[in-house]
Ligand binder design. Structure first.
Ligand code: CMC
Length: 357
């Protein structure tokens, strides 16, 4: 039996390929280098959805803008009970209000949902009224506007686009697998996306970047990095933002995001500090686990980028969902259109019934 299904092939996909030995991510024939920093999120949605939705709208930016406006109506269900929840729990609850279905209209509402609901939840928690979507903007520019109540600069929107494109799909990661399992039962796209959000929420998957900000804030100065990291490892903690099931070299997404942080001029001091902490962490991890190759993963520079864009750390996982939802929706359709019910086997190691004497 393979612990954690490591190395087990559970699906055939045309959507993305993660080469963990070479540190390469391919999305439908394009390398991450070709996409990050160049493509808009809407372009990657077109790339991922092509061929999977027979009713795919011709104008993806227009359809996504319209979907943002449609789902905004659900924000009125954000009551005090939900506002006491974490942003991802509140966003997931609002997403669960959307009807299930298996067509492009349902898919576009689900693409819009994490963006519109997270912005409203973050604002409500800060005591501000929600800002309605502007369907004429790009998805990234509108997310920042809905979040802060004022237009984003082009550089900021480009940086968020880079993030959304970079995380849109990534092979059979835990949340995508969860979405495919649910899709394989033909439960519908909303159910599949809710499974994806739920799996993403965990700190071993999409929940890492919030704690990275806590780590950087507690370290405070590069001179404290070594002692802080050694104490954390001695307690048996894992360093968030390091290690990966598939990548045994540096995660290519880390550098795509680090470049985007560089565009945001005001962040240079924070970036240099983070680089110093990263260097200390890599050196200590090498000494701590000499037989493992624990490298920087996507979450380390995600944390810096989303902080620079003024997302609160408590909502970082929701922003991951804003990007990854495109991958979940493409994988869900790939599963329902070409795959069987996912139903693996287990090995029973419990007691057997007693035989009557
Ligand atoms: N800090 C300290 N030790 C670590 C870390 C870490 N970040 N990651 C792995 N290890 C150790 C682990 O303790 C284990 O040691 P041992 O062999 O002595 O038991 C060994 O390295 C291998 O760990 P593993 O649990 O077999 O690795 P995995 O493939 O199951 O886990 C991981 C991958 C990402 C869950 C893990 O590296 C981790 O917990 N990292 C921190 C959380 C994090 O950054 N998550 C975001 C992942 S990237 C986003 C995404 O694509 O999902």
């Amino acid at each position: 039996m393979t612990d954690g299904l490591e190395g087990v092939v559970a699906a055939e996909t045309v959507l993305s390929e993660v080469d963990g030995a070479a540190g390469v991510l391919i999305v439908r024939g394009r390398s991450l280098d070709e996409l990050a920093g160049i493509a808009r999120y809407e372009d990657v949605v077109a790339l991922l959805f092509g061929g999977f939705y027979p009713d795919l709208p011709a104008d993806i930016p227009v359809a996504l803008g319209r979907a943002r406006a449609e789902v905004f109506a659900e924000v009125q269900a954000l009551d005090t009970g939900l506002m006491d929840r974490t942003p991802i729990e509140a966003m997931r609850a609002l997403t669960a209000r959307l009807a299930d279905g298996d067509n492009a209209q349902v898919a576009f509402r689900l693409l819009a949902a994490p963006a519109v609901f997270t912005a409203a939840v973050v604002r409500a928690k800060a005591g501000h009224a929600p800002v309605a979507p502007d369907p004429t903007l790009t998805h990234a520019a509108d997310i920042l506007r809905m979040l802060r109540g004022q237009p984003a600069t082009k550089v900021e929107a480009d940086a968020l686009d880079t993030y959304l494109v970079t995380v849109a799909d990534h092979g059979l990661n835990a949340s995508t697998f969860a979405a495919r399992v649910v899709a394989s039962t033909h439960a519908g796209l909303t159910s599949a996306v809710l499974a994806g959000i739920s799996a993403l929420k965990g700190p071993l998957h999409g929940g890492a970047p919030g704690p990275i900000i806590e780590m950087l804030d507690e370290i405070g100065d590069p001179a404290n990095a070594r002692a802080w990291i050694e104490r954390a490892l001695a307690r048996g903690d894992r360093l968030m933002g390091f290690g990966h099931r598939v990548y045994k070299v540096r995660d290519p997404r880390a550098d795509a995001l680090k470049s985007a942080v560089r565009w945001l001029d005001a962040r240079q001091g924070r970036l240099e500090f983070a680089e110093a902490v990263e260097a200390a962490a890599l050196a200590i991890l090498r000494a701590h686990k000499p037989t493992r190759s624990l490298q920087t993963n996507v979450e380390f520079y995600t944390a810096l980028l989303l902080e620079a864009l003024a997302f609160p750390p408590s909502a970082f996982t929701c922003v991951f969902a804003m990007g990854r939802v495109a991958g979940w929706l493409a994988h869900a359709r790939e599963q329902t259109t070409g795959g069987r019910l996912i139903r693996p086997a287990s090995v029973y190691v419990g007691p057997m019934p007693q035989k009557a004497a």
